[in-house]
Design a protein around this ligand. Structure first.
Ligand SMILES: NC(=O)c1ccc[n+]([C@@H]2O[C@H](COP(=O)([O-])OP(=O)(O)OC[C@H]3O[C@@H](n4cnc5c(N)ncnc54)[C@H](O)[C@@H]3O)[C@@H](O)[C@H]2O)c1
Length: 267
């Protein structure tokens, strides 16, 4: 229960889904958590839950597309807890109704996606770095996606901005590794969050599951556990990496037979 003892972390997008799971897991492991989200009620509820469980958490209302708001978020964490050890730049995504193939792409949605996914990550990292360095180094955990590693028939903006998040991760790792700061990304595959469940019909969810090597979809906790590991000193020799957490979706050859279990032993 002490994997993040004495550490202070900020998780953006912590009001729901994966970010919520990460914040709760980190709170349970002893961190002081700034639960940062656009949705003030959600942030309050998650922070309250962590507190009820005996952890330390403070809610914070942030808009990660507004650099002043991001700067104030970092200062609040340091003001509350006196230091900063990890920042999870988790907010991201695009609107699937506007993020289509290139010829049908809404360019305003592309610009919004850059702000929400990439600029937010740069801004959070810039404001956190001096505090992380002061604390003797620390960990930045960015949320990418397998979409940033592959091509797809839709959501070209999403793929492009998540690829940019991966690139930023490597540059920050190289530029600030000498000061003791680590920077890694998680690249989730399909994860059963409220957003996924509410936006996709059951047959599409079933199809997504069918692409995995494992016979199930991930939960927010599956990704949150990897974020916890990356925030902790257990990953102290790990930087500039993209950890793919996708149930084996991207390891499968397209030529692999449909899942049906391993062949029976001969005889
Ligand atoms: N769910 C998946 O299958 C999946 C897969 C790959 C990557 N991801 C990535 O995970 C991240 C979030 O996904 P999730 O499933 O946890 O989503 P979610 O919709 O459950 O939660 C997102 C949270 O971010 C908050 N938010 C939205 N805009 C904000 C803003 N401008 N400032 C501050 N907070 C804001 C929302 O209020 C919400 O609480 C994204 O970066 C997404 O691309 C998700």
């Amino acid at each position: 229960m002490d994997r993040l003892r004495d550490k202070v972390v900020i998780v953006t997008g912590a009001g729901s889904g994966i970010g919520r799971a990460a914040a709760e897991l980190m709170g349970r492991e002893g961190a002081g958590v700034l639960v940062a989200d656009h949705d003030a009620d959600a942030a309050r509820a998650v922070a309250g839950g962590i507190g009820d469980g005996g952890g330390r958490a403070v809610p914070y209302t942030v808009d990660v597309t507004d650099e002043e708001s991001v700067a104030a978020m970092v200062e609040t964490a340091v003001g509350e807890y006196g230091r900063l050890d990890a920042l999870c730049n988790h907010v991201g995504g695009t609107d699937p109704r506007k993020d289509l193939d290139l010829l049908r792409l809404d360019m305003a949605e592309f610009d919004r996606a850059v702000d929400l996914n990439v600029r937010s990550t740069l801004a959070g990292t810039r404001h956190a770095l001096p505090h992380l360095i002061r604390a003797g180094g620390g960990s930045i955990v960015n949320t990418a996606s397998v979409a940033g590693l592959l091509g797809d028939s839709l959501q070209i903006s999403y793929g492009a901005v998540k690829a940019a998040v991966i690139s930023v991760t490597r540059y920050v790792a190289v530029q600030y590794g000498p000061r003791g700061v680590r920077c890694n990304a998680v690249a989730p595959g399909a994860v059963m969050t409220p957003a996924l469940r509410d936006n996709l019909p059951p047959e599409v969810i079933e199809r997504l599951e069918g692409h995995n090597a494992l016979p199930y979809l991930g939960t927010p906790q599956d990704i949150g556990n990897v974020m916890l590991f990356l925030a902790s000193d257990e990953s102290r020799y790990l930087t500039g990496q993209v950890i793919v957490v996708d149930g084996g979706m991207t390891c499968r050859s397209p030529a692999a037979a449909d899942r049906g279990g391993p062949p029976s032993p001969a005889g």
